[in-house]
Design a protein around this ligand. Structure first.
Ligand code: GLN
Length: 190
């Protein structure tokens, strides 16, 4: 299974490492033409405004919408979660508008810029290691979206069919179970 990591900006190498640890083949994606060869793609953390701008410049908006229409799995982590959301709190425009959820950026406030914790994630385990860095939150989800994890009653991971979203960075740990879960979604789709 070939899993791409969108490499316009953000944490790319770390995702490749965990995709391979989970048994997939990781591909660094810089051009839209590469999407055809992929079975799934991860949109990493970084800075969502920058990633969104570069996606527009390099024609990834239309290409990833087409990718999603083929029901090929897409996993957005942190800034990547913001990029796939239908709505971003306080911003007139969203980016890919794929997943039926409303998100808030930098939702943990300054005092908690970054922290690490164990999370119970539905379908994975109750002790998945998660790193939060200026993380977003999911404020609202549509009826087709399944909540997979909460942190202090706020939604930090969710799934809608072939779309997966996490507020945190699963790639900054040695815990590959969230990547293994995504690889399973890709396997089911094939
Ligand atoms: N705060 C960033 C944003 O709004 C996301 C942070 C991250 O990806 N670690 O884009």
């Amino acid at each position: 299974m070939k899993i791409g990591v969108l490499a316009l900006q953000g944490a790319v190498a770390e995702h490749i490492r965990l995709i391979e640890k989970a048994g997939g083949e990781g591909v660094i994606v810089k051009k839209v033409e590469q999407l055809d060869e992929l079975d799934g793609i991860i949109i990493p953390g970084g800075e969502s405004t920058t990633i969104g701008k570069l996606m527009r410049t390099y024609h990834f908006i239309e290409a990833l919408r087409a990718f999603s229409e083929q029901k090929k799995p897409i996993f957005g982590t942190c800034a990547g979660l913001i990029v796939i959301a239908n709505e971003i709190e306080g911003q007139p425009e969203a980016h890919l508008e794929l997943m039926d959820m409303k998100v808030s950026r930098n939702a943990f406030g300054r005092q908690r810029e970054s922290f690490e914790t164990n999370l119970a994630i539905k379908g994975i385990a109750d002790d998945v290691r998660a790193v939060f860095i200026r993380a977003p939150l999911i404020n609202e989800v549509g009826s087709d979206v399944e909540v997979l994890a909460t942190y202090h009653d706020q939604i930090v991971a969710a799934r809608q069919g072939h779309l997966l979203a996490a507020s945190f960075h699963p790639e900054l740990t040695d815990d590959e179970r969230m990547h293994a879960y995504f690889l399973n979604m890709v396997r089911e789709n094939k």
